[in-house]
Design a binder for this molecule. Structure first.
Ligand SMILES: *Cc1c(COP(=O)(O)O)cnc(C)c1O
Length: 385
């Protein structure tokens, strides 16, 4: 493959690369870190790294990054207080796959269990429930996006004879609300539910919540049976990725030995990205737990700043306690497109992930203000920019 792109295709690629660079400057609406520098790892792009199969069982496919993946998993097992010698997990393609895997484990334990999840839950969960042919009940939410525990209590009460599978949100997609595991467990206890399983969808807020030891806690010591996170959100990665951890004794009924790959097929996909564990490993080693913690504190400060600036111009912006997500009434379509801002039911949000700068917040607030006071000159300037 040493021929060159022809001129037209070279131009095409160049144009695309320019566009990506440009759009990266207006990226405050999704929970994705952008402050990473993985250039030291670029030589690895020459290799088809693949962690196919189980993360612990070496494969005939030796061109892999399992050893680094193990260290990544160890880092998160400590961060989430996984039970010593009774955890297992792998680096996934993202939070959605972690949710799917966890619900799969829950179903193998409780084939006739019912999944309870709030209406603010990420769309991947409903799809996963469908794929697994699980029964489920949607629980209403409070105004801030947190599960309505009274509704949960009522629903569980109505189905007391069935195992309960709780899908708890540690940071909902729209408002970064957190479901409280202690309140959930109190309900399960009150209803004398013996067979239950709690999965934490911590895709969005899990990593920094644990680093900052935010309340309510959600890790294994708080009753989680499995936890899924996204790696490309807070840690940051050019390739979407994630991580799932489950109690090891639960997972042992999943997976079988496959002679062709010389390892065990215990994960959702066959081939698994071998590069993303290296990115995660690199970030964890370079920043360390303390560096990551500081980075999270910086984000919290930025979020406080953003709410303040928005309130100053009369926008009713708010955030949940210690959240990086700032919620406000939807601005114009033009502004939402320009800044890549997600909107649902009249509410929009920006998210102060690592890499979001004060300059970006200021510019966004200026543009929003111009729109609100009808400053057509500034709006026209932005359209040209
Ligand atoms: C992002 C997100 C997911 C899905 O994670 P992916 O990494 O995009 O697959 C699931 N749940 C929540 C709450 C999320 O924010």
């Amino acid at each position: 493959m040493d021929t060159k792109l022809n001129f037209a295709d070279g131009e095409r690629l160049h144009t695309y690369m320019k566009k990506a660079e440009e759009r990266a400057k207006y990226f405050i609406g999704y929970p994705i870190a952008q402050d990473f520098d993985y250039s030291e790892l670029y030589p690895l792009l020459k290799f088809p790294l693949n962690n196919i199969g189980d993360p612990l069982v070496e494969s005939t496919y030796d061109l892999n990054s399992r050893s680094l993946e193990q260290e990544v998993l160890q880092f998160f097992s400590a961060l989430f207080n996984a039970p010593q010698n009774n955890w297992w997990g792998y680096v996934t393609n993202g939070g959605s796959e972690g949710n799917l895997y966890s619900l799969y484990v829950a179903r193998e334990l409780y084939p006739n269990g019912i999944v309870y999840y709030s209406e603010a839950t990420h769309y991947s969960v409903q799809k996963n429930i469908q794929l697994l042919n699980l029964r489920s009940i949607v629980i209403s939410t409070q105004e801030n996006g947190e599960m309505d525990y009274d509704d949960l209590r009522q629903m569980v009460q109505m189905h007391r004879d069935q195992p309960v599978i709780i899908l708890a949100n540690i940071g909902t997609t729209m408002t970064e609300a957190k479901d409280d595991l202690q309140k959930i467990q109190a309900i399960l206890k009150q209803m004398a539910i013996k067979n239950h399983y709690i999965h934490c969808d911590a895709a969005l807020a899990g990593t920094y919540s644990a680093l900052l030891d935010l309340k309510p806690g959600f890790d294994f010591t708080y009753g989680a049976d499995s936890i899924a996170i996204s790696g490309h959100k807070f840690i940051g990665s050019p390739i979407p990725c994630g991580m799932v951890l489950v109690k090891k004794n639960y997972k042992e009924r999943i997976g079988k030995a496959i002679p062709y790959i010389g390892t065990v097929d215990t994960t959702i996909t066959g081939s698994r990205n071998g590069h993303s564990p290296v990115f995660l490993w690199y970030a964890i080693k370079k920043l360390g737990r303390e560096g990551l913690r500081q980075r999270a504190l910086d984000c919290l400060n930025m979020a406080a700043y953003a709410v303040n600036q928005l309130n100053e111009i009369g926008v009713e912006a708010w955030r949940n306690p210690s959240a990086l997500t700032i919620v406000f009434p939807e601005p114009s379509l033009a502004l939402r497109q320009r800044w890549q801002i997600a909107t649902e039911a009249g509410r929009s949000h920006i998210i102060c992930m690592p890499g979001v700068t004060k300059t970006q917040i200021d510019q966004f607030v200026d543009e929003l203000e111009a729109e609100l006071i009808g400053n057509t000159d500034l709006i026209a300037q932005e359209a040209l920019a």
